[in-house]
Design a protein around this ligand. Structure first.
Ligand SMILES: Cc1cc2nc3c(=O)[nH]c(=O)nc-3n(C[C@H](O)[C@H](O)[C@H](O)COP(=O)(O)OP(=O)(O)OC[C@H]3O[C@@H](n4cnc5c(N)ncnc54)[C@H](O)[C@@H]3O)c2cc1C
Length: 496
């Protein structure tokens, strides 16, 4: 059996095993160790970091996954400060990103939220929508949204849901959904606008709309509430700097970090007679469920006869594949597409769903790569892509060769520079399947249910079980970081 856990100075230190060395696991380990726990971290890959790992490109370490954090919560900036990295904080090029539609490419509207314009009459909105669709969107400014009140009250009572697509189509017309919202949510949230609950992706927006009398005015009010300046920040040298700093702190605190160790079963790491009081599962949701002997799909013990224990295809979806390329091209020095592009799914000639021009977005990257040398990252894998990749256009399940070939063509098409593909000097593919949960309508319920089932369950030797990470906290560092810290604090306080 696991020992009774310590808490007071007289008690032996609480012993904790953290499975998963992504940012959630490492941060939880750090806070627990600072709080006096004896912690071990076990990570499957050769290096820690998960979606915040680094990868060498053109001789420089660069971000393999996440490259920035949202400033809407202060938690990430506070952590960066605590890790002594505050002098490395940077903001992106304010030029912003562009949107590629079937017949035109133009800068994304400056005042939007999830593609919903804060001012449907603004020139940048009219440029993307056209006069007629923009006029329909502007009806939102003068027609009352009161008929949504009843639905909104039913949502509050847990009896209804309002999808992003239906709300925007009703208030501003279907063109705003198709041309502005869909490219953004499919590129950024890996979800269809029909599948996203407004309340999940933009909490409080519907009640703000009812108060303001218009969806556009609600978006504008929400934007005005955001802290001044850029909505995202990063670190000079890349966000992976957080992982390096956390690993340094863990080493100072005597935390043992074992990499290259995939935990097949909890008994692999707890032995026959566990000396561990707590196990923190800092892995993806289906993996956490599997390790705890529960079903991710319905939370049942060992799964149920009509639902397999875990259905990876259903829970994970096709995932995302990133193709990162170094290009030697003076034509890109002027950042002709701002910091990058989101691509509408209606654009048949481009398979990528988004492109980041890294050296145009971050000044430190431009300096590091030098004149005329550019780092560009394209992402593949749309909602609804076949999970096998067979018979579909290039997507997350295509081979590396197919992806790199498609990326060379896409980059030329998106920049409007034929022959750009021939300037590629380096290309690699990084695949993310488990790092990003499908944010479909069932996700939040499954995550909350699994967490509560884990709290009531024990490990193979009576260890308490906990779960942290993006599958439970929500997507993005601004959600993962505070949640991991809260979990560690509750454990140290003896509340979990
Ligand atoms: C391509 C991409 C771009 C992103 N961009 C941004 C961004 O710009 N801004 C932002 O805020 N967020 C971004 N995110 C999201 C952000 O990176 C994640 O929310 C966050 O890094 C998740 O951290 P985590 O620790 O929860 O999970 P992970 O980073 O996935 O870590 C989980 C770890 O557990 C390990 N593991 C799994 N199973 C086992 C096992 N059985 N045994 C041992 N180890 C195991 C894995 O190898 C992995 O290292 C991005 C994500 C991706 C994939």
């Amino acid at each position: 059996m696991g020992r009774g856990h310590g808490g007071s100075a007289a008690d032996p230190a609480r012993r904790v095993l953290v499975v998963g060395g992504g940012v959630a696991g490492l941060l939880c380990a750090y806070d627990l160790a600072v709080g006096g726990a004896e912690v071990t971290v076990v990570e499957a890959e050769e290096a820690c970091g998960g979606a915040l790992a680094s990868r060498d490109r053109g001789g420089l370490p660069t971000d393999a996954g996440a490259e920035a954090f949202a400033v809407q919560s202060e938690a990430v900036a506070r952590l960066i400060d605590e890790l002594g990295l505050a002098d490395r904080l940077v903001t992106p090029n304010p030029a912003g990103a562009w949107l590629q539609l079937p017949e035109l490419a133009a800068p994304l509207p400056a005042t939007g939220l999830l593609g919903i314009p804060g001012d449907p009459t603004a020139d940048d909105v009219v440029a993307l929508l056209g006069e007629a669709a923009a006029a329909r969107a502007a009806e939102d400014l003068v027609s009352s949204p009161e008929q949504w009140r009843e639905r909104w009250e039913a949502v509050g009572a847990g009896q209804d849901r309002i999808s992003l697509a239906e709300l925007v189509a009703d208030r501003m017309g279907p063109d705003v959904v198709d041309r502005l919202v869909t490219p953004i949510v499919s590129g950024v949230h890996s979800a269809a606008a029909d599948d996203l609950d407004v309340e999940a992706v933009a909490p409080g927006l519907v009640s703000l709309m009812l108060r303001e009398g218009s969806l556009a005015r609600a978006v504008a009010a929400r934007r005005a509430q955001a802290p001044a300046g850029s909505a995202v920040r990063s670190l000079r040298g890349g966000m992976h700097g957080v992982i390096g700093a956390l690993l340094d702190r863990l080493a100072q605190l005597g935390v043992s970090v074992r990499t290259d160790t995939w935990v097949r079963a909890l008994t692999d790491v707890t032995g026959d007679d566990s000396e561990v009081d707590d196990i923190v599962l800092a892995v993806d949701g289906p993996e956490a469920a599997r390790l705890a002997g529960l079903s991710w799909t319905d939370g049942s013990v060992g799964g149920s006869p009509d639902r397999p224990m875990n259905d990876p295809e259903e829970a994970l979806g096709p995932g995302v594949a990133l193709v990162t390329m170094v290009l030697e091209s003076p034509a890109l020095d002027s950042a002709p597409r701002g910091t990058g592009m989101l691509v509408s799914p209606a654009v048949d000639s481009v398979a990528a769903k988004a492109m980041t021009h890294v050296t145009a977005k971050w000044a430190w990257a431009a300096e590091a790569f030098g004149p005329s040398r550019h780092l560009v990252r394209l992402s593949y894998g749309r909602v609804g892509d076949s999970a096998t990749g067979r018979g579909e256009r290039t997507g997350a399940r295509s081979t590396d060769e197919e992806l790199i070939a498609a990326a060379s063509e896409d980059v030329a098409e998106l920049f409007g520079l034929p022959g750009l593909g021939e300037t590629v000097t380096h290309a690699d593919v990084v695949r993310w399947r488990r790092a990003v949960p499908l944010s479909g309508p069932e996700h939040a319920g499954r995550a909350a249910r699994l967490r509560s089932r884990l709290a009531a369950r024990r490990g193979p030797h009576g260890e308490r079980l906990h779960a942290v990470g993006t599958w439970f906290a929500g997507t993005g560092l601004s959600r993962v970081v505070p949640d991991a810290r809260k979990t560690a604090a509750r454990m140290l306080a003896g509340d979990a």
